[in-house]
Unconditional design. Structure first.
Length: 350
């Protein structure tokens, strides 16, 4: 049951959630060949991972459902929404977003969501960084300008040649737009989440969540909403995953009213999602999340630990064929999407 690199003593100490994270995390085979360059991922047993795509297919074909899973129909394009009997408040909507919708939100997540005043993980080092995706596409370089230039911004994008000239002989720091895009881990929309204090900082400048995203979230939230109430999206966190990136087990508990769901949309490469219980010692359920799937977490499910231990970028497992077709003329988006996953989770804060 435990990985070979975990001793029995260590295994006894780690929680059930951590054990599952270690089980599904990406590890590489140790190559005996010194100059063998391409690292080979270790095989992982996926037989216990719930697959809502197959559940949906067998439900559509013969009305069958595995034990512990129920289907509700609640006006969401008349497609079934699944719930887990052991996790009240958790809902899974397989393929909730059309391919066109997925492409739209991938574009927005890369082009407009990281735009100031929205904050990203890059703010802490570089201050506000605008037009990141365009800069990466155009091969630009973010260069640290010497001293202050009056507007307080010390880092600016410039052409690669200019960056080389300016840094010649100077100790100017620079970083390529491509590297920054690869290192983009999160951006925040609407009310800005302060990760250091783990709360919403309402005094930070922010824009409202875009209307189209609000409307979509309201439609998607319906199965998990208390009767007669409306979902008011006020904040969203966009998580960006590259190969090997994980999101450790956590709770999303900084919102006032837990009866309102978190609406969580998956885009890009397939991932494994772990849904635990109220304690890290409760063994989590593992399930695949594909591009276009939507998860809702409301009520008791808001108190459940959850995380993402793995994304798959290999051809067989990533399951992004339709995205590749749609982005075939947009090489930068295509390159990004082939090795990445994006999660947009939308919240009502108050
Ligand atoms: C989260 O739990 O905050 C995101 C989950 C996901 O990436 O699907």
């Amino acid at each position: 049951m435990y990985r070979a690199d975990t001793t029995a003593d260590e295994a006894a100490e780690i929680t059930a959630f951590r054990r599952a994270e270690k089980k599904y995390k990406l590890y590489y085979e140790q190559s005996s060949k010194k100059f063998y360059r391409k690292k080979k991922p270790k095989q992982v047993d996926l037989s216990e991972v719930l697959d809502f795509n197959s559940i949906l297919n067998s439900h559509n074909q013969n009305d069958e459902l595995p034990p512990g899973i129920a289907a509700v129909r609640c006006g969401f394009d008349d497609r079934p929404v699944f719930r887990l009997e052991t996790r009240p408040g958790f809902y899974f909507i397989p393929g909730a977003l059309s391919v066109e919708e997925q492409c739209k939100w991938i574009r927005e997540s890369l082009r407009s969501f990281p735009q100031p005043p929205n904050r990203t993980n890059h703010n802490a080092i570089y201050g506000p960084v605008g037009d990141l995706f365009v800069a990466a596409k155009e091969g630009k370089v973010l260069l640290e300008e010497e001293g202050s230039n009056g507007d307080g911004q010390k880092w600016r994008f410039c052409e690669e040649g200019v960056a080389k000239l300016r840094s010649k002989g100077n100790a100017c720091k620079s970083v390529s737009g491509t590297a920054l895009l690869r290192k983009l881990r999160w951006s925040t929309l609407g009310l800005q989440f302060d990760w250091s204090k783990r709360n919403y900082n309402v005094s930070l400048p922010h824009n409202k969540i875009p209307d189209a995203l609000c409307e979509l979230a309201q439609k998607l939230a319906a199965p998990a909403m208390p009767k007669g109430e409306e979902f008011h999206p006020e904040a969203a966190i966009v998580n960006y995953f590259g190969l090997g990136d994980t999101l450790g087990g956590h709770l999303d508990d900084m919102e006032l009213d837990w009866s309102k769901p978190i609406v969580s949309m998956s885009l890009g490469c397939k991932a494994i999602f772990l849904l635990g219980g109220k304690s890290r010692d409760d063994p989590p359920l593992a399930m695949f999340l594909r591009s276009g799937d939507v998860v809702l977490m409301a009520g008791e499910a808001r108190e459940c630990f959850h995380g993402v231990p793995r994304i798959f970028i290999d051809e067989e497992n990533a399951e992004i064929d339709s995205l590749e077709t749609h982005f075939s003329e947009e090489s930068h988006l295509l390159d990004y999407v082939r090795t990445s996953r994006i999660n947009i989770n939308i919240r009502q804060v108050f």
